[in-house]
Design a protein around this ligand. Sequence first.
Ligand SMILES: [Zn+2]
Length: 56
Amino acid sequence: MTDGPWQPCADKLSFDTEREAKSAATAVAWQRGATLAPYHCKSCGLWHLTTRHKED
Ligand SMILES: [Zn+2]
């Protein structure tokens, strides 16, 4: 059915919208004291969280 390439982000948290990603980032930051930044993934088109601001 899907003919997309292998997605290295398959095991990451995914969000449909930036708003959802930011909300989750805030929750994680509160729990872990870590700064997370949402980024739009070019591989799957969804949003993930990263501790880095740079994209791979
Ligand atoms: Zn992705």
